[in-house]
Design a protein around this ligand. Structure first.
Ligand code: HEM
Length: 367
C-alpha cells in the first residue's frame, strides 16, 4: 500500500505517475468572508495531509451516542492507496471578493473559445478544483466527499467527473489505452528538463506565490462512441496518425519510434496526414511547446436516447495555460478527431506549489 508524500516543493498528483482512478470536483465558494475561506483552506490542507497517509480526520465511531462521526467511514482500514489530492484556484477567485486581485497571475485567464467547442453550463465554471487520484476509487471518493462535507457552510459542489482508468503514461509506466482503443500518453512529458521548462512555474513569474506551481486545464471530452466504433481501421489510423494495436507512428513500426512528419506516401501525401491528431499536437510542429497530459477515461452511463455516454476527462498541466491554448486552437480547427469528439466541459486553474509542512495551507500567501 504505497503512500505518496503530501508535503514538498510541488503538489503531488502532477508528476506522480497516474494512479488508476480519479474524482475531479469543482466547487463554488459561497462565503464572501476571506477569513472563512482561509479557515476552509487550512482545514482542507490538514485533512488532505491525513487522507493521503491513509488516516481519517475525526472519529468514525465517537464515544457519545449523540456525536456525529467526524469521518464518514467508508475508507476506514483501506490504507492510503496512493491517494493524491491536488488543489487549484480558478480565475474567479481573483475577482476581488477575497482581496486576492493583486495576486492574480497574468497567465491565469479564462480560456478563449475554440472552434468546435460544445461547452455546457453543467461542466464549466466554478472557483476551486480538487483532483483526487488513487489506486482505489472509494479512497479517492472518500477524500472528496469529506472535503465537501467540511466546506458545507463556505463552498458548494458545482461539477464533477469520475475517471475509471488512467488514459496517460507517467514516468516508468506502460502506456494505457483511451476508450477509442488507442494507446494514450506515448509521447507524454517525462524528463526533468521538460518538467522544468514546460510544467513548473519558475521563479521568473509575475507572482512569486506560484513558483513551483503549475496550471491545470480540464476538458471533459465526450466521445461519439457509436460513430467511432463503425469507422474503418484505416481511417482510425489516419485520425491519430498512429496504428491501433502497437501505437506506432504511421511513419514507423514501433510505439516509441519518433514520428517523421516529412515521410511521403507513393501519391505524394504525408504518411502521417497533416490533420492527424499527432501531427497537429506534436512539439515539432508547435515551436517546441509541450504539455503534461494526465487524463482519465470516464463514463456517465447512457444518454437519454440510449447512446453510450463516455469519453476522456482530459487534464493537462503546463507552466502557462497558453501552451494548451496554442495546441487546442489548432486541434479545434483542424483535427480529424473532431468528427468523433465534443468538448463539453472546461476549466483552468492556478495550482499553487506544494505545502512545506504541517501548518502551511493552500493560499496562505494570499491572505
Ligand atoms: C497524442 C488521443 C485530446 C494533445 C495523442 C495520442 C492519442 C491521443 C491516441 C497519441 C499517443 C501519444 O503520444 O499520447 C486523444 C484523444 C483526445 C485527445 C482521444 C480527446 C478525446 C487532446 C487534446 C490535446 C491533446 C485536447 C491538447 C490540446 C496531445 C498531444 C499529443 C497527443 C500534445 C502528443 C503528440 C506527439 O507529440 O506526438 N492523443 N487526445 N490531445 N495529444 Fe491527444
Amino acid at each position: 500500500d504505497e503512500v505518496y508524500p503530501f508535503y514538498g516543493a510541488h503538489q503531488a498528483g502532477i508528476a506522480t505517475p497516474p494512479q488508476d482512478h480519479l474524482v475531479f470536483m469543482v466547487f463554488d465558494v459561497t462565503t464572501t468572508s476571506a477569513s472563512e475561506l482561509q479557515v476552509m483552506l487550512a482545514k482542507w490542507s490538514a485533512a488532505i495531509a491525513q487522507y493521503t497517509q491513509g488516516l481519517a480526520v475525526g472519529s468514525v465511531e465517537p464515544d457519545r451516542a449523540q456525536a456525529v462521526p467526524g469521518d464518514t467511514g467508508e475508507a476506514a482500514g483501506m490504507g492510503a492507496n496512493q491517494l493524491t489530492v491536488t488543489v487549484g484556484f480558478a480565475p474567479s477567485m481573483f475577482d476581488g471578493r477575497f482581496g486576492w486581485a493583486k495576486y492574480k497571475p497574468a497567465a491565469l485567464k479564462d480560456l478563449p473559445a475554440f472552434a468546435s467547442d460544445a461547452l455546457t453550463p453543467a461542466f464549466t465554471g466554478g472557483d476551486i478544483c480538487v483532483q483526487a487520484c488513487a489506486s482505489d476509487p472509494q479512497v479517492a471518493y472518500h477524500a472528496i466527499r469529506n472535503l465537501a462535507r467540511m466546506a458545507r457552510t463556505t463552498a458548494t459542489t458545482r461539477w464533477t467527473v469520475q475517471g475509471f482508468g488512467r488514459a496517460s503514461r507517467g514516468t516508468g509506466q506502460t502506456t494505457p489505452r483511451n476508450l477509442m482503443g488507442f494507446k494514450d500518453g506515448t509521447r507524454n512529458i517525462s524528463s526533468d528538463d521538460d518538467f522544468a521548462q514546460q510544467v513548473w512555474v519558475g521563479a521568473d513569474s509575475d507572482q512569486s506565490w506560484m513558483t513551483g506551481g503549475s496550471y491545470l486545464v480540464a476538458r471533459k471530452i465526450h466521445m461519439l462512441i457509436e460513430t467511432w466504433d463503425s469507422d474503418g481501421i484505416g481511417d482510425q489510423h489516419a485520425v491519430f496518425g498512429r496504428t491501433k494495436a502497437e501505437g506506432a507512428p504511421l511513419s514507423g513500426t514501433g510505439e516509441f519510434d519518433t514520428p517523421d512528419f516529412a515521410v511521403k506516401a507513393a501519391d505524394g501525401t504525408p504518411v502521417i496526414p497533416v490533420n492527424a491528431h499527432v501531427a497537429l499536437a506534436a512539439h515539432e510542429n508547435n515551436n517546441g511547446t509541450k504539455i503534461l497530459r494526465r487524463g482519465y477515461n470516464f463514463t456517465d452511463g447512457i444518454d437519454s436516447v440510449g447512446r453510450l455516454d463516455a469519453g476522456l476527462m482530459f487534464i493537462s498541466y503546463q507552466k502557462d495555460p497558453a501552451q494548451f491554448s496554442q495546441l487546442q486552437s489548432k486541434l479545434g480547427a483542424n483535427d480529424r478527431l473532431n468528427e468523433y469528439i465534443r468538448h463539453v466541459g472546461s476549466g483552468v486553474f492556478a495550482v499553487p506549489p506544494g505545502l512545506s509542512a504541517a501548518g502551511d495551507y493552500f493560499g496562505k500567501a494570499l491572505f
